[in-house]
Write a protein that binds this ligand. Structure first.
Ligand SMILES: [Cu+2]
Length: 242
């Protein structure tokens, strides 16, 4: 009896810990989508875990002294039920995940004009090389300046930001964990990210695909400022070039 109670108590605390361990508020549309998906999948995973572990613990306790076990009989109804249930669950997981992936990644088929349809949207080209990043704003022809830890990309908050990620040599990875942004940087085949960042601040990005000797030096920073500050920064960069 005590063992049963202990098992139940551990299961309950596991569920509690999972429910309490809420992620911090999402800083971008992309991060929000990923956290939302994670929560939906947890809602499915927790009851399944409870059910499976419950049956396991029950069977272990109930039949622990069974010296003459009977063979399992075929039960067609039960088999059909669990096959269907699994199919429904997998379908839900697939559809929910696809919804997030389809929104997070942008397909561009209509040429570059369509990449930044809104006047205030920002387009940044992130080109990886061994070993660093060239960050370019094609619309304003600005190159992001480097500091000790790679280039700093300045973008406005609450605006759609499009990032075209590519590579000059081998495969790299563009990754900003806090903003939920990640995609491969592949030579000759650009990938696009679209996001909208709600919180101003400084976000660390790095290369997430092992690409050689100085892979670990491939840092960059995404600096999110308000619109006025961004406009001023663009004006400064442009006048500096002239
Ligand atoms: Cu790299």
């Amino acid at each position: 009896m005590n063992t049963k109670r202990l098992a139940l108590a551990s299961l309950c605390s596991a569920v509690l810990v999972t429910l309490l361990a809420q992620p911090a508020a999402a800083q971008s549309v992309s991060a929000e989508l990923i956290y939302g998906l994670n929560e939906k999948l947890l809602v499915i995973a927790i009851p399944i875990t409870l059910l499976v572990e419950g049956i396991l613990i029950y069977a272990v306790l109930k039949f622990r002294n069974n010296d003459e076990p009977k063979p399992t009989k075929e039960n067609r109804r039960l088999e059909i039920t669990w096959t269907l249930a699994t199919a429904v669950i997998l379908l839900f997981v697939g559809v929910a995940s696809y919804g997030v992936m389809a929104q997070d990644t942008v397909e561009f088929t209509g040429g570059e004009e369509e990449i930044a349809p809104d006047e205030n949207d920002v387009l940044v080209e992130a080109n990886a090389y061994q070993w660093g990043w060239n960050m370019h704003y094609p619309e304003q022809d600005i190159w992001a300046n480097g500091t000790g830890a790679g280039p700093t990309v300045v973008v406005p908050a609450n605006q759609d930001v499009y990032i075209q990620v590519a590579s000059d040599d081998v495969i790299h990875g563009f990754h900003v964990p806090e903003l939920g942004l990640k995609t491969d940087a592949i030579p000759g085949q650009p990938n696009y990210l679209k996001t909208n960042i709600s919180e101003t601040g400084s976000y660390q990005g790095y290369c997430s695909e092992y690409c050689g000797l100085a892979h670990s030096n491939m840092y960059f920073t995404i600096e999110v400022v308000d619109q006025a500050e961004y406009d001023q920064w663009v004006a400064e960069q442009s006048s500096g070039d002239a």
